[in-house]
Design a protein around this ligand. Sequence first.
Ligand code: NAP
Length: 279
Amino acid sequence: MPERKFAVIGHPIGHTMSPFIHKRLFELAHEKGEYTILDISPDELPVKIKNLNELSGYNITIPNKQAIIPYLDRLDEKAALYGSVNTVKNGSECVGFTTDPNGFLKALEYANISFSGNIAIIGCGGAARTFLYEAALAGCNITLVARDIGKADSLAKEAVQKIPNANINTCLISDLNGEFDLLANATPVGMYPNTNHIPVSEKALAKCKNVFDAIYNPLETVLIQKAKANGSNAVGGMSMLVWQAVAAHEIWDNSTYHIDDINQLIEDSAKEMKKIFYK
Ligand code: NAP
């Protein structure tokens, strides 16, 4: 039987952790799958979709998460809710899924962060939408925090239209104040190579019991370091990155994994990332 082929598509797509993580997940599940990187822009999709349809499945990263949708036969419920696809399974139909929410929820679960109470979400992009919708579905009291209040208001409005009982306030980053059970950063502030920045004031951070940072490079942002120094429970984004990949293998192959193997993969992915970026 020819080896099944998988890929991650994005543009530009230079350094990506996806081949390292997915190859290990195939090995752990005793499944065979070749996994490659394809640089494809949204403009190229009409021509390249033929090649993508020959794969058994693929992952999608920026800027194709919305652009891929018209080329699929169907979206699963969550991908339809989010209007975003990061995983496709090809078979008799080409079906789009989003595994970012699973990745986020598993990362919180294994960091012992309970997803309830007062939650502050920083940012209004793709990751913020994931955090916002999941927080709304979990019944949290949400403060959506942004540098542009118009963008926060419009994302909050969109979420309330889709999840009518969502409880969402918006505020400017500079006005953030109050006690939070969880602060979730969904901006690139503090990401490599501009690692000295934090997205909120230290005063606001000091009032947050738990902190999650979507950024995985560096493994511990200054936000995470300062939160830990305050005595808060704080975790970076590498575990989310690995768990969203695990969810893709659950979709492709119904694979199941032992938690110890996934924890080891999170550690090994951290080492691999250091090798790539901090030689
Ligand atoms: P995105 O769609 O580009 O959104 C970025 C958001 O951050 C926007 O709302 C943007 O505001 C805001 N922002 C950018 N620079 C800012 C600044 N200096 N101050 C305040 N706000 C700022 O990006 P994304 O896909 O959501 O990704 C955000 C971060 O999450 C990235 O670091 C990414 O690597 C990480 N991420 C991690 C995972 C994981 O699995 N761990 C998954 C997804 C994303 P404007 O709209 O005003 O520009």
